[in-house]
Design a protein around this ligand. Structure first.
Ligand SMILES: *Cc1c(COP(=O)(O)O)cnc(C)c1O
Length: 455
């Protein structure tokens, strides 16, 4: 066995041990970063080490400091686990080491990216022929889409951002709902668009169409971008797309939808109504590393008119071999990057159309089970309408909610994050892992009941 094969076998054995440990290990990490630094050793050695020994040291030293994010009982933030086919494909992506910048150089990558892109548009009910680009996550997918939108609305106003920059350009009016994800603000900041006009939202975090119309009317005839949301991170709520997109269209705005985890409702007949009207937007950002459960890092930027994203993101270096159909790098900020389209292809190919729908429906069913279980706990209240995968609850007072959360973390059966929503501390449950079972939900609910009984 050569050194490379020995290292890969070490990694394989450690990976299987880690995955097998997920059903029973405590979900929170058991060691601090300082302890892991000691176990890894802070000194850079002078001499080389055999690769297999390095992999063994890494895995052994880090294991106690790993949080079981891929566990079926991790419900913090909005994350997602890793579908088996996508995980295995991701290993191949590393071994294949394709640089996915140009169409002409890796035909295999081009094929997988194109097929996965067409499947995504079909599943998500978005216009065929839209550009589908693979980014590091939804933050960069939002950035990519909003860059295309910024340049397009300014072009319509007679301003060429690519040539003349933003200094002296007409102001771009950006309207968002007050409960949009902060990733939108980050993207707007990167794009030199500053603070958006954040208009009111209802009690579930859905943008208020009247407030949107008022903002559009007040801005008058100027380049405008409207950002809507499919899946609010606390309530899971979806903006009323048909009405808001109509209003935005009348104002000549570019319409972008942040659907990092929620856009996937479109794949399931019982939930597709949540995204009704979505397809009329100009661009959509989503994550494959959340609801679709591919490994990090994989976001997806979809733009209806490929020419707009190509104008914003395309590169025109003499040393690149440019393809008339456009290159993968024309749709995202990066040049050199790994083959994210391979893992998306593998997840979709493995699940099939019905498997993606089942996945979404299972996540939603577990969320409803959480809501029912928590509502039955003394003093606990579920605060949101549980329409998708998110549940927000409180336990009588901010202080008690905090105590329940902290006892839950000590208990270790599950990992659930706290947050502040509509002025109060809440327990926020996000069900986004394909591997969560009914038994996981039962065990997590038992843990919540235990924590609440003593808090
Ligand atoms: C997670 C999330 C983002 C940011 O996505 P990353 O993949 O973490 O960059 C943006 N918007 C919403 C609604 C999200 O849930």
């Amino acid at each position: 066995m050569d050194a490379r094969e020995a290292a890969l076998r070490q990694a394989y054995d450690h990976a299987l041990r880690w995955l097998a440990s997920l059903s029973d290990r405590p979900v929170p990490a058991r060691a601090s970063a300082e302890e892991i630094v000691r176990a890894l050793g802070a000194e850079l050695p002078d001499d080389p080490s055999p690769p297999a020994d390095v992999v063994d040291l890494l895995a052994t030293a880090c294991e106690p400091g790993l949080t079981a994010f891929p566990s079926g009982r991790f419900y913090g933030f909005v994350i997602g686990g890793t579908e088996p086919a996508a995980l295995a494909a991701d290993w191949l992506v590393s071994a294949w080491d394709q640089n996915c910048v140009m169409r002409a150089v890796s035909p295999a990558y081009t094929a997988a990216e194109d097929i996965a892109g067409a499947w995504l548009l079909d599943l998500l009910g978005l216009p065929g022929g839209s550009a589908v680009g693979y980014t590091t996550g939804a933050t960069m997918a939002n950035f990519t889409c909003l860059a295309a939108g910024r340049d397009a609305v300014l072009r319509r106003a007679g301003w060429n951002v690519a040539r003349d920059g933003l200094a002296g350009a007409p102001a771009v009016h950006v309207v968002v709902g007050e409960e949009r994800h902060m990733a939108i603000d980050v993207a707007l900041r990167y794009l030199g668009l500053g603070h958006p006009d954040a208009v009111g939202a209802d009690d579930q975090g859905r943008i208020d169409p009247d407030a949107l119309r008022r903002s559009l009317a007040a801005a008058g005839e100027c380049p405008t971008i409207v950002v809507l949301q499919a899946g609010e991170i606390h309530s899971g709520a979806f903006d009323p797309f048909a009405e808001t997109i109509r209003a935005a269209r009348e104002a000549g705005a570019w319409v972008h939808i942040d659907g990092a985890f929620g856009l996937w409702a479109a794949v399931s007949p019982p939930y597709a109504h949540l995204t009704a009207g979505c397809a009329d937007a100009d661009s959509w950002a989503t994550d494959a590393h959340k609801t679709l459960n591919v490994p990090y890092d994989c976001g997806i930027a979809i733009v209806r008119d490929p020419a707009t994203v190509r104008a914003a993101m395309g590169v025109h270096g003499d040393y690149l071999i440019q393809h008339e159909q456009g290159d993968p790098s024309d749709k995202v900020p990066e040049l050199s990057r790994r083959g994210r389209g391979f893992t998306v292809w593998a997840a979709l190919r493995s699940l099939g159309r019905s498997g993606v729908a089942d996945l979404v429906e299972r996540l939603c069913r577990h969320a409803s089970a959480f809501a029912a279980g928590i509502a039955a706990i003394d003093g606990a209240t579920v605060l949101n309408d549980v329409v998708f995968t998110q549940v927000c609850a409180e336990f009588g007072s901010d202080e008690r909610t905090e105590r329940v959360l902290s006892r839950l973390l000590d208990d270790g059966t599950t990992w659930i994050s706290g947050s502040t929503w509509r002025g109060r501390r809440v327990m926020r449950i996000s069900v986004s892992n394909w591997s969560t079972t009914d038994e996981d939900v039962t065990r997590a609910l038992d843990a919540i009941r235990r924590a609440a009984a003593t808090a």
